[in-house]
Write a protein that binds this ligand. Structure first.
Ligand SMILES: Cc1cc2nc3c(=O)[nH]c(=O)nc-3n(C[C@H](O)[C@H](O)[C@H](O)COP(=O)(O)OP(=O)(O)OC[C@H]3O[C@@H](n4cnc5c(N)ncnc54)[C@H](O)[C@@H]3O)c2cc1C
Length: 418
């Protein structure tokens, strides 16, 4: 089992309960990360440890699961050997389940990653938090009005759930928290711009909820700019088809593609570098290889690819694991069938939108729906309790407790370029 994200964890947990099965679970990181709350780390709402759980700890009571921290680098599907850490570690397998996630998609402009990093890891979230807080510190010291304005401008590119959540959180951070911390500048006047190439925010949601989210964002003071496409990004500025914005902080939240390693592993790839899978989540032509989650291209009943979302990976995990076992035991495999639990996004600390079946929720009801589902998905009880307590405290006090700047400038630059 490679990858301890939502897909991998589900698969490994299912296999851990099967008698006679030995599982080797490998991840390049030592923790499972709840990516949906990364924006809270980036906007100083939560600590990294509250949204990440050490993988070893999650399997301490499963003697048949061996956990290894290593990076998959090659796969020999004929000999059934997976190579890690550039060949330093070899693991022979009977069946392998891959759930490596995806990467930020810059749509043919990888050079923009230097100036507008994505948000996929704890390192990136901490970098972003430090970068924003440091910008306000610099603005406080500067007497140059134009520079101050640039330092206090944050542009989020892409108005999907991540872009909407991040821009809403930054808007609240500046208006309700930072405004009390500074004397010479007015953080509440900082600009938070949300840029979207399409005609509405949250394009995957029904139009009424997109509109509710847009109005909520604007009420928080976010400058929502729709149907505006980025043409160029450089150090401290961005050019769109409608003009230039001077911004110290830019974040790319406009898309996710498959895993860059897929081609190197010899896996077939289709749209956006995703690995096409058969209905039972196996990879055609590769004996004993199963693939799931964000890295795979798995069509629904109508042939539309399933979205890169946690519930998809969570539901695919046990199915891929069961099919891997069935394959080994010579039994027929089962097709994966997605049960859509709905989609949701939060807008700031008290508003949100959610679709559950044919019911639409917005405003505070949307936020409670979002809150309930997200708390349930945090994998360990301790973090669920910590996050609940921190949110409850922030809710009543408007105090964000984790406004720390970590690391030096050199370290920050390296993380940004990762
Ligand atoms: C900022 C953000 C916000 C999101 N918000 C939501 C949301 O609100 N709701 C929702 O449903 N979904 C959300 N998602 C999407 C959701 O997190 C993913 O769909 C889900 O995590 C996919 O699970 P996965 O197992 O495919 O991949 P991941 O959870 O990404 O896990 C992949 C794992 O593979 C490991 N790995 C990668 N490469 C290697 C390698 N070479 N060797 C070993 N290990 C490797 C990684 O370290 C990681 O642990 C969000 C994603 C992001 C980035």
């Amino acid at each position: 089992m490679v990858g301890a994200g939502f897909g991998g964890l589900g698969a490994a947990r299912w296999l851990a309960r099967q008698p006679g099965v030995q599982v080797t679970l490998v991840d390049k990181r030592n923790h499972h990360l709840f990516q949906a709350l990364l924006y809270q780390v980036a906007s100083a709402g939560l600590n990294p440890s509250e949204i990440a759980s050490p993988v070893r700890g999650l399997f301490r009571k499963s003697p048949n699961v061996r956990v290894i921290m290593a990076e998959l680098s090659a796969l020999d599907a004929d000999k059934k050997i997976a190579y890690f850490d550039e060949g330093q570690i070899e693991v022979a397998y009977d069946a392998v389940v891959l759930s490596l996630g995806g990467e930020t998609n810059y749509f043919g402009h990888p050079e923009w990653a230097r100036f507008a990093p994505g948000l996929k890891s704890i390192e990136q979230a901490l970098w972003l938090r430090g970068h924003v807080l440091e910008a306000f510190e610099k603005a406080e010291k500067s007497q140059d009005e134009a520079l101050r304005r640039q330092l206090m401008t944050i542009v989020v590119i892409g108005a999907g759930p991540t872009g909407v959540e991040l821009s809403g959180a930054f808007a609240e951070l500046r208006r309700h928290v930072l405004r009390w911390d500074f004397r010479d500048i007015h953080p509440e006047q900082a600009r938070v711009v949300l840029l979207e190439g399409g005609p509405r925010v949250l394009a995957a949601f029904p139009p009424d909820l997109s509109e509710a989210a847009r109005l909520d964002l604007e009420a928080l003071g976010v400058e929502v700019r729709l149907s505006e496409r980025v043409q160029e990004i450089g150090e401290g500025y961005l050019v769109t088809d409608q003009g230039r914005i001077e911004a110290h902080t830019m974040v790319w939240a406009a898309g996710v593609s498959g895993h860059p390693l897929a081609a190197r592993l010899g896996l077939p790839t289709v749209a956006a570098g995703r690995v096409p899978v058969l209905p039972d989540l196996s990879v055609a032509g590769m004996d004993g290889v199963f693939c799931l989650g964000d890295m795979c291209f798995c069509p629904d009943d109508q042939g539309k690819p399933l979205p890169g979302m946690a519930p998809v990976a969570m539901q695919q995990g046990p199915v891929a694991a069961a099919n891997a076992l069935a394959y080994l035991q010579g039994r027929p495999t089962q097709p994966f069938c997605y049960q859509d639990p709905g989609i949701m996004a939060t807008v700031g600390r008290t508003r949100g939108v959610a679709v559950l079946g044919n019911r639409h929720f917005s405003g505070t009801r949307g936020w409670f729906t979002w809150l309930w589902h997200h708390l349930l998905r945090i994998v360990d009880f301790q973090n669920r309790a910590l996050v609940s307590a921190r949110w409850a405290w922030a809710y009543v006090s408007w105090k964000w407790g984790v406004r720390l700047i970590h690391g030096g400038a050199g370290e920050s630059q390296q993380i940004k370029e990762k």
